[in-house]
Ligand binder design. Structure first.
Ligand code: SF4
Ligand code: SF4
Ligand code: SF4
Length: 337
């Protein structure tokens, strides 16, 4: 039985959060652990990334059209971040984190003198954060309303806003800390990358890969991306290699020496495996990615844990909303001083 958003809010407001237990579709905990036959995804190779952020711009632009992961009825322009961390009114879009307006972000790691690219000590590296499109997504398994789904064909994990009840279990369940809530919206939704699934019918693919000039982000079938990643790890650093640009099977290449990779591939086994995988010259721990995620799918474990303490999440929902309303009101009152 799916719960309406209105029903959920009434339940929480009335202190009846525990009643939700009866409405949660436990079947979601038993999801496939197999890679879908036509699974697509991304390979991000940090050693090829120049930090230009074209991927972020195109992501925002292409997802602000009907069907896109950022689109809302009546939207006429991409949603820009208009406030920086210091409260400055932005003159351009410069997001610092994933948010309800930003589905994909490029960050930088720096150490010491930060002189050498893709080096842990006295070096720097770019890295990309976004939804990894888990093979067995914890976000979908815990959603009591069936608002998160995994496409059985291409494997993209997508969101149905009209089913969402705003409980934010998905945020708590995601082992990679990806989903974001639109705190500043009157009718908030959860936001995350949907692998640009709205573009496939037109023969298009992920906007971030489409606009990447170096081949740092490429799109394709997951089996091909995995083979490509494994092959790169066998190459001797300094070997000249034709890296595919935009898609894994592209004839467009970027010829350059192979960098020294640190460790293996991120996303291959974490949380039971994901459809987006990454390579880097700096270890993923140093880049801030969690490495203590079990190498088995999480939904079963997550669900059994969460359903026992549903009232905590109801409290988190009510408390978080109240705190946000309070601080937001203070901010508004402060701005009129
Ligand atoms: S990374 Fe998080 S939001 Fe993305 S599919 Fe996996 S659990 Fe869901
Ligand atoms: S696949 Fe699409 S939605 Fe996801 S990060 Fe890339 S451009 Fe953004
Ligand atoms: S477009 Fe490519 S090179 Fe530029 S920041 Fe994004 S991933 Fe890196």
């Amino acid at each position: 039985m799916a719960i309406s958003r209105r029903g959920f809010l009434k339940g929480v407001a009335g202190g009846g959060g525990l009643l939700l237990v009866s409405g949660v579709p436990i079947a979601n905990a038993r999801m496939s652990t197999e890679l879908p036959p036509q699974a697509v995804g991304l390979l991000y190779d940090a050693t090829l990334c120049i930090g230009c952020k074209s991927c972020m711009v195109n992501c925002k632009t292409q997802n602000s059209v009907p069907g896109g992961a950022l689109y809302k009825k009546g939207m006429t322009a991409p949603p820009y971040e208009d406030k920086g961390p210091k409260g400055d009114e932005g003159i351009w879009d410069a997001p610092q984190e994933l948010s309800g307006k930003t589905l994909n972000i490029i960050k930088v790691y720096k150490n010491g003198t930060a002189e050498t690219k893709d080096t842990a000590v006295n070096g720097y590296s770019f890295f990309k954060q976004q939804c990894l499109h888990c093979i067995t997504p914890a976000c979908a398994s815990v959603c009591p309303a069936g608002a998160f789904r995994k496409d059985p064909g291409n494997g993209s994990v997508y969101y149905l806003a009209d089913r969402c009840i705003g409980c934010r279990y998905c945020q708590l369940a995601c082992p990679f800390g990806v989903p974001r809530y639109e705190w500043d919206s009157a009718w908030p939704e959860v936001r995350k990358c949907q692998l640009c699934r709205h573009r496939y019918a037109e023969g298009k693919y992920a906007a971030c890969a489409e606009s990447c000039p170096t081949g740092a982000t490429i799109f394709g079938k997951v089996v091909d991306l995995r083979n490509e990643a494994r092959y790169r790890l066998t190459l001797t650093p300094g070997t000249v290699y034709d890296f595919p640009v935009k898609t894994v099977d592209s004839t467009e290449k970027s010829r350059r020496p192979v960098a020294r990779y640190a460790g293996g591939t991120y996303g291959l086994v974490e949380a039971g495996g994901t459809q987006n995988i990454m390579l880097s010259g700096v270890s993923f721990e140093l880049l801030g990615f969690r490495k203590n995620i079990p190498n088995s799918d999480l939904p079963q474990l997550t669900w059994h844990y969460i359903r026992k303490i549903l009232w905590v999440f109801a409290g988190v929902f009510a408390g978080g909303t109240a705190i946000y309303e309070f601080t937001h009101r203070q901010e508004k009152e402060g701005s009129h001083d």
